[in-house]
Design a protein around this ligand. Structure first.
Ligand SMILES: [Fe+2]
Ligand SMILES: [Fe+2]
Length: 242
């Protein structure tokens, strides 16, 4: 089975090779931005748990494996909750619920219709690639406690992305049309979620362009692994900019 490995992340330098400057983790402005980013991460992990349990209902033969992925998400949620507590930050959960509401609604609609392809695209490809990009960038500028937790988490997220990728690869002949359509509807949401979080991310020293680059790498690599050709991948990726 072809898998995308977690890359070695250079944690001391930015993408241009300059030494990274860590933020002041005790500054009020840092804590304020962290209250929203931390909430998004906690909510994202909770939704991921729910989504893998739901997908297990749609693919009963994989339910045990999907339960294992879901349990990892719950563990991630607890880890990130501890990161907020460690900094003395209260996560802004109402903000995070709103942040995920459109994607959440689209997943629920696909689930109610039994659209496995759309569910997997939303959770296992788009959300996982989003998480991978955010965590890889965050690891470089996180406080020591959060860095250790995030390093463990990001390894799991690659496993989750691989699960979705391999299912879609095995079923590509019958799911390609739905995949492209679902991508057209949901990739722009990921882009707008990234835009919404950019100002807060910047305060955490997470660069928006780097986030987008990391996302595109994980996302496009998974499309390659699924067996899509260059033109199809370019068309799918363009949905982020139109
Ligand atoms: Fe996770
Ligand atoms: Fe995950």
């Amino acid at each position: 089975m072809a898998t995308i490995a977690s890359p070695e992340v250079d944690i001391d330098h930015d993408i241009q090779g300059s030494p990274l400057e860590l933020p002041d983790f005790s500054a009020e402005s840092y804590k304020d931005a962290y209250s929203r980013i931390n909430a998004i991460v906690i909510e994202g992990e909770k939704e991921a748990y729910d989504n893998y349990i739901s997908i297990g209902n749609l693919i009963p033969e994989n339910a045990a494996e999907l339960k294992k992925l879901a349990v990892m998400e719950m563990k991630h949620m607890r880890g990130f909750t501890a990161c907020g507590k460690n900094l003395g930050v209260k996560a802004d959960m109402p903000f995070a619920k709103k942040f995920f509401s459109k994607l959440h609604g689209n997943f629920q609609e696909a689930f109610s219709k039994g659209n496995i392809t759309t569910c997997l695209l939303i959770q296992a490809i788009l959300i996982e690639a989003f998480a991978i990009s955010a965590y890889n960038v965050y690891i470089r500028v996180a406080d020591p406690f959060a860095k250790k937790i995030t390093e463990g988490v990001v390894k799991d997220e690659y496993l989750h992305l691989n699960y979705g990728q391999e299912w879609l690869k095995a079923n590509l002949d019958t799911c390609k049309e739905e995949l492209i359509q679902a991508n057209k509807e949901n990739l722009p949401l990921i882009k707008s979620m990234l835009d919404q979080v950019a100002t807060d991310a910047e305060i955490l020293h997470m660069d928006k362009e780097e986030l987008m680059e990391e996302f595109m790498i994980a996302y496009q690599d998974s499309l390659v692994e699924m067996g899509l050709d260059n033109r199809q991948i370019a068309r799918m990726a363009l949905a982020a900019v139109v």
